[in-house]
Design a protein around this ligand. Structure first.
Ligand SMILES: C[S@@+](CC[C@H](N)C(=O)[O-])C[C@H]1O[C@@H](n2cnc3c(N)ncnc32)[C@H](O)[C@@H]1O
Length: 261
């Protein structure tokens, strides 16, 4: 508890990142990883392998951009720093431990950046109390370079999560159907932004969940608010929440896919 509180108080980040819950979530992921590390092992290894495979086949070796670098659990950072002139780690918040790791390598840059483009706008809108949802825009993933490779790394399904929770809490007049449609558009806009890039692009993302009940029940659903993606080039299961993590009654798995766009 104390280390988490210390991280919460000492991580530099803008007010909206703290107040909307992005910082809290980043710290919570670290806690989940400590509890579920064994169950997550295969997913993290396969994610790192997919990033390295994309790096190997990449046509240029200038900059590589990692969207959703987070705690670097699924980022083969040393290998990327050796293979590319520059590694640009992009996340809405970088914890101090990540900053320390990045500093040790000479060619790693951190960018605090909202991949969804709507977090600050939503935060500002909340102050007006108007029950409208901000317009979505394509994000610019160039960061002052022409990246040879952009990897969207286990972030796609996460983009609407905190905005959705924030809207439900602070803008309750927004209808649930509108919110779900908007969440789907956040995911779709990210996918379209990746497709529009000139360099090589690798998307690694979960797209479905499987809830396995202790009583033998099985429920399957989309983690992308129903957005359909093409068949992934490879796929695996992420045991994200073994029995006891989210509930004593069910475990949850995610279907993760890899696409080169
Ligand atoms: C499931 S984690 C991805 C795993 C991560 N690569 C790691 O190793 O920890 C999702 C990441 O997306 C980031 N994220 C969520 N919404 C974001 C946004 N709008 N812009 C940028 N990053 C965001 C979170 O901070 C988190 O680090």
């Amino acid at each position: 508890m104390l280390p988490e509180l210390f991280t919460y108080l000492t991580t530099p980040c803008p007010r909206f990142v703290r107040e909307m819950g992005y910082l809290h979530e980043a710290i919570a992921i670290r806690g989940r990883f400590h509890r579920c590390g064994a169950a997550w092992k295969e997913h993290l290894e396969r994610s790192r392998a997919a990033v390295l495979a994309a790096a190997r086949t990449c046509r240029e070796r200038e900059a590589v951009v990692i969207l959703g670098s987070g705690l670097l659990l699924d980022v083969p950072l040393a290998e990327l720093a050796g293979a590319f002139k520059e590694v640009i780690l992009v996340d809405i918040v970088h914890l101090p431990a990540v900053r320390r790791v990045a500093r040790r390598l000479g060619n790693v840059r951190l960018e605090n950046f909202d991949v969804s483009t709507i977090a600050l706008k939503l935060f500002e809108l909340m102050k007006t109390g108007r029950p409208t949802l901000p317009e979505l825009m394509s994000a610019d993933f160039s960061f002052g370079t022409a990246p040879s490779l952009v990897v969207s790394l286990n972030i796609l399904s996460q983009l609407p999560v905190i905005p959705g929770r924030f809207v439900r809490q602070r803008l309750p007049a927004v209808g649930e159907e509108d919110l779900i449609e908007w969440s789907k558009r956040i995911v779709a806009v990210h996918y379209a932004s990746l497709q529009a890039l000139a360099g090589d692009v690798c998307l690694i993302a979960d797209y479905a969940y499987i809830q396995l009940g202790r009583d033998g029940s099985r429920e399957v659903g989309s983690t992308l608010h129903g957005l359909e993606l093409p068949e992934p080039q490879s796929t695996w299961l992420w045991q994200i929440a073994p029995l006891g993590e989210l509930s004593d009654h069910y475990a949850r798995e995610l279907k993760v896919g890899v696409w080169s766009l």
